[in-house]
Ligand binder design. Structure first.
Ligand code: ADP
Ligand code: MG
Length: 712
């Protein structure tokens, strides 16, 4: 495609970093479009397109010293070559080096000419990740070069950066582009957006120098630190990235705060009457949070409050009381939950609680269609006081007449955008609804600061009285029979049990879909087996592939005590509340994250009787897997578990950002850089006071194009 207009000269841009990538030699519209897909539009996006990692081709590793899982460069000679067809064509080349050990190179795609050049005795320089093969170490599809007999060996003198790429742009290409963009990197003072005095205060090194070190680590760079991500230059960039996110969230919060919200002061006494009718008294922690929410709702500025409380701490009633207050003041309330099962359960709970007061929740989930849907939509538009549902509430067709409070349960399953898109429905001019967000995922404080800087946080740090901690045990899958016996015993005493099936950890969406169906299959099989092994007991089954109505009917039966055992997939992970269930078996527990296991386990221990949780695992357990499961045995405290999970697995998993895309850092790693956050907060405050324009440019540089604030 020919260019329609000549690219403007770089000088045309006051800020060199904002020149479009099209101003680089060799970048035409089609390449620019591909770069755009990974958020690279301007020169500065290339400057800040940092290596994911580095490969070390500056030295050789002896075969005897290879470590499985690490990448290494090896110089060796061909010992034997074997072409075979086991399942599929493959080529294996055995190399030996001075250490007298053998390394196998394995190829599944190769050409005839390639095979012929591997003659015994040929010298090969190869690089790749080492795996444990059948006959010792091997590398699959290594990068390699055959060296002429006497050719002098030339190793790289710098670490090789490995950049994130996208389809159609190879590693080499992106490396060249970055290098070309770096030629236009301005001098240090022009690149720095943080004012000099603040840089000094925070002890920040020159950004320019740090960028150059990271893109082209010099020979004497601390290689080990770079590879581990702990090099000071990485710390400097991580700081700026965290600063940018934090500034962005605070800007978002300010924008919302500048808006107005209805001050909710009702006069019918609905919250008081609801409270009086509850079968229990609030815990001190619940009372404290209710007071905080009430104070927020009485203001004419929008509430933005996150309520964090461990599973079973009783957050639903807090949502109900906030809803009662809003309804009392004559506005509409929307309560949204991430799964249909959980939303349905809220509907039942709130319906029962509100029934005496003549409030009937309107139900809107994805599966509601036809006439039911149009009448629900009409009711919402006509001002129905309480609307409960799933993501379906966020659809365009849903129009409220006076939405005053949005409650989002299990926030970690939604992204910032989704939360905001719902509150947008209640916007009239600069008037927006109040927002209450509930989460059981206990987020360590450092993470909460980074992820939810736009929210006020309340913590429900007390469980309702009369709970006995869940006893957790690890049992090898080979002892399944004993576990089944245990179920028979427990159910014989009138208790109920969950049997949770999990198969694989999903890597992406497609996998997730497949994974869910494989989970469903596994659940089906387990259900048949258990029904056979436990004659006389009533065994039910729920999984994601059942129709919502079937799911609900089964859940209802379990809740009503008409089923003894419920075989389920992780669909029951969030929110399901059946107090009489006191035994939970989780299959393949080693495949799940700690937070998820803790959530699942939270389904038991809700009544007065002692509960237990059996984590079935497939031996052998790796040391890490054992360490992780051990944490669950040791504590029932979700906050401690989250802290440990963070240490063991990193923040992306803990926050569940893979699902929401809420926080994605390019270089910062909260487990590693979390300690920077207090400083980030302090510098952010100063910067916003002294130089708001610079603050905005920092946000634009790091997150400008990725977070977009949905009109908040
Ligand atoms: P979560 O915080 O996990 O959402 P729920 O709101 O589902 O917890 O509450 C768990 C159970 O505890 C429910 O059966 C609820 O009715 C009960 N509950 C909540 N608050 C109290 C309380 N103060 N005293 C006794 N039971 C309570
Ligand atoms: Mg809940």
């Amino acid at each position: 495609m020919p260019r329609t207009s000549p690219a403007p000269s770089p000088a045309a841009f006051a800020d060199a970093g904002l020149a479009p990538v099209g101003t680089l030699a060799g970048v035409g519209p089609s390449l620019a479009a591909r770069l755009d897909r990974i958020g690279i539009r301007h020169l500065q996006d290339l400057w800040f397109h940092l290596p994911l990692r580095y490969e070390d081709r500056t030295r050789l590793t002896a075969i005897a010293d290879l470590r499985v899982g690490a990448s290494a460069q090896v110089l060796a000679t061909v010992d034997a070559v074997e072409r075979g067809f086991r399942y599929r064509p493959q080529l294996r080349v055995a190399l030996v080096d001075a250490s007298q050990q053998t390394l196998t190179l394995r190829f599944f795609h190769f050409q005839r000419a390639q095979v012929e050049r591997f003659t015994p005795g040929a010298r090969v320089l190869c690089f790749g990740e080492v795996r444990q093969g059948q006959y010792g170490p091997e590398i699959i599809h290594p990068e390699y070069r055959l060296l002429a007999e006497a050719a002098p060996l030339q190793l790289e003198d710098r670490l090789t950066p490995v950049y994130p790429t996208t389809e159609g742009i190879g590693q080499r290409r992106i490396g060249e582009l970055v290098a070309r963009a770096l030629e236009r990197l301005p001098e240090a003072a022009a690149l720095e957006l943080i004012p000099a005095a603040l840089c000094h205060e925070a002890g920040l090194a020159s950004l320019r120098a740090c960028l150059l070190v990271l893109h082209r680590p010099p020979r004497d760079a601390d290689v080990a630190a770079l590879l581990a991500g702990t090099h000071p230059a990485q710390g400097r960039l991580a700081f700026e990235e965290l600063l940018a996110h934090h500034l962005g969230l605070r800007e978002l919060r300010d924008r919302v705060r500048r808006r107005r919200a209805p001050a909710l002061c009702g006069n019918q006494g609905l919250p008081q009457r609801l409270l009086a009718a509850l079968p229990f008294a609030l815990t001190a922690a619940q009372q404290r949070v209710v007071a905080q929410i009430d104070a927020d709702l009485a203001e004419a500025t929008p509430m933005l409050r996150l309520v964090q409380g461990d599973v079973g701490s009783g957050k639903t009633v807090l949502a109900a009381l906030a809803a009662a207050r809003a309804i009392d003041a004559g506005v509409q309330v929307a309560l949204v939950a991430p799964t249909e099962l959980l939303a349905e359960q809220h509907r039942q709970t709130l319906r029962a609680w509100f029934e005496p007061f003549g409030v009937e929740p309107v139900w809107l989930a994805g599966k509601v269609s036809g006439r039911a849907r149009s009448s629900a939509l009409a009711a919402v538009a006509a001002g129905a006081p309480l609307v409960i549902g799933t993501h379906a509430l966020m659809q365009e067709a849903v129009v409220f007449s006076r939405l005053g409070l949005v409650i989002v349960d299990e926030q970690h399953r939604f992204g910032v955008h989704q939360r905001l898109s719902l509150s947008e429905k209640g916007r009239h001019g600069d008037r927006v609804p109040h927002q209450l967000v509930l989460t059981a995922t206990p987020i360590p404080r450092t993470l909460a600061m980074a992820a939810y800087a736009d929210l006020d946080v309340s913590v429900v740090d007390e469980l309702p009285p009369g709970r006995t901690p869940v006893r957790t045990v690890l049992v090898a899958a080979s002892r399944r029979g004993e576990v089944v016996e245990r179920i028979r015993e427990a159910c014989g005493q009138g208790r109920q049990a969950y049997w949770v099936c999990t198969l694989i950890e999903e890597a992406d969406e497609a996998d997730a879909a497949r994974g869910r169906s494989r989970d469903a299959q596994a659940a089906q099989v387990a259900w048949q087996e258990l029904a056979l092994a436990l004659p006389g007991l009533r065994v039910g089954l729920v999984h994601g592939r059942l129709k919502p109505r079937e799911k609900q009917a089964t859940m209802q039966a379990f809740k009503a005590g008409e089923l003894d055992v419920l075989v389920a997939t992780t669909v029951i992970e969030v929110g399901v509340d059946v107090p009489n269930a006191s035994l939970m078996i989780i299959e393949n527990a080693e495949r799940l994250g700690l937070a998820q296991l803790h959530q699942l386990r939270g389904r038991v221990g809700r009544g007065a009787q002692a509960s237990s949780c059996v984590l079935l695992y497939q031996p052998p357990l790796s040391a890490l897997a054992r360490a992780r499961l051990q944490v669950l045995r040791e504590t029932n405290d979700g906050f401690r578990i989250a802290e440990r999970d963070l240490e063991l697995r990193g923040p992306g998993e803990v926050l569940g950002t893979r699902q929401t895309g809420a926080v994605e850092f390019r270089i910062a790693d909260l487990a590693r850089d979390g300690e920077l956050l207090p400083l980030v907060q302090r510098i952010a405050t100063r910067l916003r006071e002294r130089d708001p324009a610079a603050a905005q440019r920092i946000v634009a540089r790091w997150v400008g194009s990725t977070i977009h604030y949905a009109g908040a």
